[in-house]
Ligand binder design. Structure first.
Ligand code: ZN
Length: 198
């Protein structure tokens, strides 16, 4: 029988996505065996992230600096903004390295059922970014749900009188940033075949 502390570590790890109780127990055992080497490294990495994690005040990405690494990268196309629901979508899209512009994280989707209104999302800051000028295209990359599409239409409407091209992915994104399950070819195709919002 493991001690209370070891049990607590196990249940904390078991809450991580993709890690059930069994894998968590194996991870605990692995760490216990390497308490001199791997454990200090993990502790240091965790506390470094906890201390430095910050939300980018421009795009809403989560990074260890503000502006985030993407917003601060001069090689990225400053004239394109890809709008996503969650940080998970941004990370997954960016990992695929298919989009070279900037991002904007809404922090959710409009939902009458859950009482999420436009003012609850980062829509105002998106409109501000567009109003500042220098943006040619806004790519709406919402999830392929009714709520995601409602959100996309709402934003397109708000941008109607702006001199920007508003486009939408040919296919919506899988729900909840589960882009890992989408192969790169499909995603590339969805981006390439993006179409104007009507
Ligand atoms: Zn940013």
């Amino acid at each position: 029988m493991a001690s209370q502390e070891i049990e607590a570590l196990g249940s904390a790890l078991a809450r991580l996505p993709g890690l059930g109780p069994r894998s968590a127990r194996r991870a605990v055992l692995w760490l216990v065996k390497r308490r001199e080497t791997a454990l200090p490294q993990l502790l240091q990495a965790l506390s470094a992230v906890q201390e430095t994690l910050v939300e980018c005040s421009t795009c809403g990405n989560v990074d260890t600096r503000n502006p985030c690494g993407i917003c601060a990268d001069p090689r990225r196309d400053q004239r394109q903004i890809c709008v996503v629901e969650d940080v998970a979508d941004l990370w997954a899209l960016d990992r695929a390295k298919l989009f070279t512009g900037l991002y904007h994280v809404l922090g959710g989707r409009l939902s009458a059922l859950e009482g999420v209104r436009p003012e609850d999302l980062a829509i105002g800051t998106l409109l501000d970014r567009v109003a500042e000028g220098g943006i040619d295209e806004v790519v709406l990359a919402m999830n392929a749900t009714l709520e995601g599409q409602t959100t996309a239409h709402y934003i397109a409407e708000r941008l109607e009188n702006s001199p920007v091209r508003v486009t939408q992915l040919a296919h919506g994104l899988p729900v909840g940033g589960e882009l890992d399950y989408l192969d790169e070819g499909t995603l590339a195709q969805a981006l390439r075949a993006r179409r104007p919002m009507s």
